[in-house]
Design a binder for this molecule. Sequence first.
Ligand code: IPM
Ligand code: MG
Length: 372
Amino acid sequence: MKLNIGVLPGDGIGPEVTAQAVKVLKAIAIEFNHIFTFDKALVGAVAIDKTGSPLPDETIEICKKADAILFGAIGNTKYDDDPDATIRPEQGLLGLRKALDLHTNIRPVIAYEDLLNKSSLKVKAIKDTNLVIYRELTGGIYFGEQKLSADGNIASDTCEYQRFEIERIAHKAFKAAQSRKRKLTLVDKANVLESSRLWRRVVKDIAKQYPDVKLDYTYIDNAAMDLIINPRQFDVILTENMFGDILSEEASVIVGSIGLLASASIGDNHVMFEPIHGAYTKAANKGIANPIASILSAAMLLDHFGLDEEANRVREGVDKSLKLHITTPDLNNKYDHISTTKVGDFIEDFIHNPDETNLNFTNIHLGQSTII
Ligand code: IPM
Ligand code: MG
């Protein structure tokens, strides 16, 4: 298969982790005879520094031409502390989601057996968690009208949804549930918000077309609690933009590190794959950023194009790295100094040599002199 992939490393740890995902995709191309080409483009704070815009026109062009986009991270602390900044890195990501109409964001949350004790939650509560969050990505409060009064004392953000925006993601979420445990939970705040009541009405209607899927509803405050008390009760969670942002970050506690959660953003004409973590500016260029979320995002890219064997090879490489403790410090209490690049190298090597356990390679990269 020929794929042209737009690569937007972005800010902070984005470039380091994205480089590992690209490395992994290149290894897959070699092993499985594909032609993947990569077109790099600027986005976020680095784009502001170089061009004055967080989303230069050239970046949109590259993304529109690409078959898929691999996105790194966005944000820089210098903007976080300045509420008066009118140009912000995040506008790059939000602008891209809107320009490409990436309405459906898919965030799987799977508790790895080998990492259960890395979570601050109880092992018995999180064991066997396997859920997926369908987060609406181009509507709601993120994109509604924003106002600030002339005297600077009143501000508002509007949360607006239209029926079709709810319908298109709901269909995708129901279909996903059909191929999973056939359960869909709509998370909203229908006891307070009009927009949530529209979600309930529309989703209830659509549910009639999926009689094999059990639909239930829960309020966001309750879902926030249930998600960490008993995450196994969930299969597919469907929710609006802001609730999905918050719940998915909370869900990272289940898997032990936010550096593990990947996502796919799907539109009718474009697709983008990105880790759910942010730019983590203070960790940049130290080699401590976990590349697995980015590598698993690349696996979701392969899934999207039906390259199942390829995606599985990547996931097996990730599993192996976790099993052998070839992981960055956020997960590692066995070895010191396993860098972002070393994790990428290990998974790349696994893709080429999946049959060997590669202990030799492991030891070499761990700097241990072992003759096997
Ligand atoms: C995410 C991020 C973004 C969001 C930020 C960086 C704008 O937190 O993808 O979860 O809020 O959607
Ligand atoms: Mg977020």
